[in-house]
Design a protein around this ligand. Structure first.
Ligand code: CMP
Length: 140
């Protein structure tokens, strides 16, 4: 399987509870390398732009407000089949449906406050990585 890169966001519900290290340990235990990482406090405009694809969904306003409420940690994860592997490690979007041992099962509070975001496909991974990082910031 090819080496891929994917964008990950540790969301405000997790940074608030000081879970960055515990979540990063799950990525590393799964063989994903953190090749870029920074902590940001997104503005409402930045969060709205990042999640623009969901702008017609009923939860969009709530999602944007939550993502801009407190700091996030944005990161690039690298590894074999990193996009799918990260989605496995995260677990289902709704923690009620997530498998045991996944990040969302262990840490998420609700479908909205679900601790992490991960890119869902190669094209979105590319777009999402370039939303937050320049090439110079990716150190594999
Ligand atoms: P994420 O992987 O970041 O992609 C879009 C986000 O929208 C998703 O995780 C959830 O946090 C959020 N989301 C999806 N469905 C709902 C919902 N029904 N109510 C609130 N937020 C939701």
């Amino acid at each position: 399987m090819a080496i891929e890169r994917t964008l990950s966001i540790i969301k405000p519900d997790a940074t608030r509870r000081n879970l960055t290290g515990k979540i990063n340990a799950k990525f590393e235990e799964a063989g994903l390398r953190i090749v870029a990482q920074k902590r940001l406090h997104l503005s409402t405009a930045q969060a709205g732009k990042f999640y623009e694809v969901h702008k017609d969904r009923p939860f969009y306003g709530e999602l944007v407000e939550f993502m801009a409420s407190e700091p996030v940690v944005v990161q690039v994860l690298e590894g074999e089949g990193a996009i799918a592997k990260n989605r496995e490690v995260m677990g289902a979007t709704n923690p009620a449906n997530a498998d045991a041992g996944t990040i969302r099962k262990d840490f998420a509070l609700s479908v909205g406050e679900n601790s992490v975001h991960g890119s869902d496909a190669p094209e979105t991974a590319k777009e999402e990585i370039s939303f937050f990082f320049s090439g110079l910031e990716l150190v594999g």
